[in-house]
Design a protein around this ligand. Sequence first.
Ligand SMILES: Cc1ncc(COP(=O)(O)O)c(C=O)c1O
Length: 417
Amino acid sequence: MSIRSMGTVRSLTNPSAAPSLVPGAIAPPQPIALLRQRAWVELDLDALRHNVRQLKDWTGPGVDLMAVVKADAYGHGAIAIAQAARSAGADWLAVATIEEGGQLREAAIAQPDTAAALAQVPILVLGAIHTPDQVKALLHWRLQPTLCCPQQAALAAEVAESLGQRLPVHLKIDTGMSRLGVLWSEAPQLVRQVRSLRSLELASIYSHFATADEPDDATLRRQHRRFEMAIAQIRQDGHPLPPLHMANSAATLRDRALHYDRIRPGLCLYGLYPAPHLADTMPLRPVLSVRARITQIKTIPAGEGVSYGHRFTTDRPTRVATVGIGYADGVPRSLSGQIDVLWRGQRIRQIGTITMDQLMLDATAQPDLQPGDTVTLLGSDGGDRILAEDWADKLGTISWEILCSFRHRLPRLIQTP
Ligand SMILES: Cc1ncc(COP(=O)(O)O)c(C=O)c1O
């Protein structure tokens, strides 16, 4: 397996893109070698494509797949993920904000060789709109908004009309999440309004589940019934139905009756299961790995404190290995003393407080471990693996949050076979 850098990262370190400070004095660094010096995220896009195909096979023909790539594709990097998802058969993309959608459209212009597929793919913005400038930006980038209330519909229609444009819009029904969306009982009225506005085209009606990953399905069934009742009323009012969608990853795995015309998976695309009881549905492959290098190793005596606060004290001479990754890179500080890393298939325990850029290991049982060696924090190594959900379980949080924490600082490198 080899590694190549993603376009955005490469351009930051490309010597031809940035003049050196002292021309000719020192040879410019090789971008990839530099990126792999300390810590990095590796993306397995084959795994991503595999996951998309698994989901497509699962739903069967006639059901579109909308790949949820918001929050920089759950920390993986939206441009690379969106391209890969599209190449594996994703029909739509969903983002949270107009800016995220604009980034994908701009990538198609900036990287026509690799990101051309992002120029035309339909993109739904899941967040709400409030201002005329947002509607103009939607039209500029050909993004499709979510409408949640009569005011948003009126705003979208007025701006589109004033620019002589027709805007496809998606109506979101709140069936019990109590977040965005028109109340399910008021949805037929909003459909009537949208259909009366010539500059708007009703492109889909959707809702979102609050508890699809929980074993007890009572709330999910109640939300489903409310959606069905709203749709029945809309049909009874004589409106032709646009495509309908409700299913996030958990609902997709759990019940084909929830697929309607389109599924909207996020987490499953990235190779993780929303809950253990849904893990035997299809074989998914994690896309993201986090690796870092050992920067120093030394043996300290028994009775020495390790890291800030001395929350760990050695009880024997201890071979301490320092690793160049910390909480600013996305490793939660609250995992201090609770995780292992992998090295040649062995688990090495992390000790002491995780610091901003570094953390420490007890490598007493690994005398061959050397500075410069690579350890795996998340991902597979030598037949063992550590998943985001392992960290999430320890923290009482969810794997979605763990993945998103890697979107800030680490370079992202794409594995190539
Ligand atoms: C409206 C909407 N649809 C779909 C998804 C994808 O959810 P998941 O990652 O659980 O598949 C999300 C994510 O939060 C969402 O907000």
